[in-house]
Design a protein around this ligand. Sequence first.
Ligand SMILES: CC(=O)SCCNC(=O)CCNC(=O)[C@H](O)C(C)(C)COP(=O)(O)OP(=O)(O)OC[C@H]1O[C@@H](n2cnc3c(N)ncnc32)[C@H](O)[C@@H]1OP(=O)(O)O
Ligand SMILES: O=C([O-])CC(=O)C(=O)O
Length: 375
Amino acid sequence: MAEAKVLSGAGLRGQVAGQTALSTVGQAGAGLTYRGYDVRDLAANALFEEVAYLLLYGELPNKAQLAEYQARLKTLRDLPQALKEVLERIPANAHPMDVMRTGCSVLGTLEQELNFDQQRDKTDRLLALFPAVMCYWYRFSHHGVRIDCTSDEDTIGGHFLHLLHGKKPSELHVKVMNVSLILYAEHEFNASTFTARVCASTLSDLYSCVTAAIGSLRGPLHGGANEAAMELIERFQSPQEAVTELLKMLERKDKIMGFGHAIYKESDPRNEVIKGWSKKLADEVGDKVLYPVSEAIDKTMWEQKKLFPNADFYHASAYHFMGIPTKLFTPIFVCSRLTGWAAHVFEQRANNRIIRPSAEYTGVEQRAYVPIEKR
Ligand SMILES: CC(=O)SCCNC(=O)CCNC(=O)[C@H](O)C(C)(C)COP(=O)(O)OP(=O)(O)OC[C@H]1O[C@@H](n2cnc3c(N)ncnc32)[C@H](O)[C@@H]1OP(=O)(O)O
Ligand SMILES: O=C([O-])CC(=O)C(=O)O
């Protein structure tokens, strides 16, 4: 069971920076809850669209509401022509998180949020269209193909895989994408969500809040860790090699991406879920290297440092087994976390005061201005 750390020190650790009714992280009883529901229950039983509805609209939908919501999202998937043209100008060597950030920002110029009454509609549009932003750019820049940005897939995860691979995904892969999107959806005052809330607190528009949040998620200490974890595990040919090299890395005090957490102390409740699905996918593809290497790193990190895999570590192998290019791992996180970011923006707007903490000054004492000729 996840246990909260004793929180103190730099990085605003341990300081309550606001209120939320959206999630709890690291509290006794359940490691992670969304509006009171244990994330493990949601991952086992719900559709991501149900979870998005829960976060954005306040309660789980009934059958009719869910069907209506999924049908509505399906109608919002296509990209405006002007956005396609911008995406076509972004080079293949751009970071896909920069593509997402730009895509969000450009959409904000084309379909502006003119007042806060539009916040849910604008969020639904982003939710429906983000997979196409990533896949349209990827397929055009890497394969020279202008893809159709719509599909008949009912779920966002299935739609993403369909656009990426250009064909209907398997049931197993749609299931894993659904679970993954649920696990990544919301996580209290993490860095990217806090970024979104700071931006919202100035009464800025939704696209600015989401664009800013994407920038924060991009870094390897946050969302970028799933890509960094993949780069780590694919370096090794065997569990033995992984352990030998990992020990050297620890000796050098390297950061091992996909391990540790700012709030959880002993485990990240999302890890056991995605680890299980990664194992199923490993069996499906007959993997004899990546999953055993991941497990060897997992075991060694615990033995050596008492550090545990966070949500990102086994996501790396799971995504890889579904044929997803490593560079698209963090953009998938965006497609999911958008729900948490937007729900926090709504919450901030509903009870707002501009977020403006103070700094402890560590500079020189006050002094007289020295004219330039005397310096
Ligand atoms: C979905 C997510 O965003 S989950 C987070 C994804 N990020 C990563 O996986 C990046 C790797 N992990 C890390 O960098 C950190 O664990 C963070 C950023 C997640 C949390 O940072 P903090 O709260 O500052 O970590 P914490 O206070 O627990 O660190 C304690 C000690 O463990 C070390 N440590 C923590 N994580 C790691 C790691 N992954 N590898 C090696 N050492 C680590 C720290 O360097 C620190 O050592 P020190 O006391 O000698 O300086
Ligand atoms: O809460 C954090 O600091 C990071 C994290 O796990 C997340 O955002 O999912």
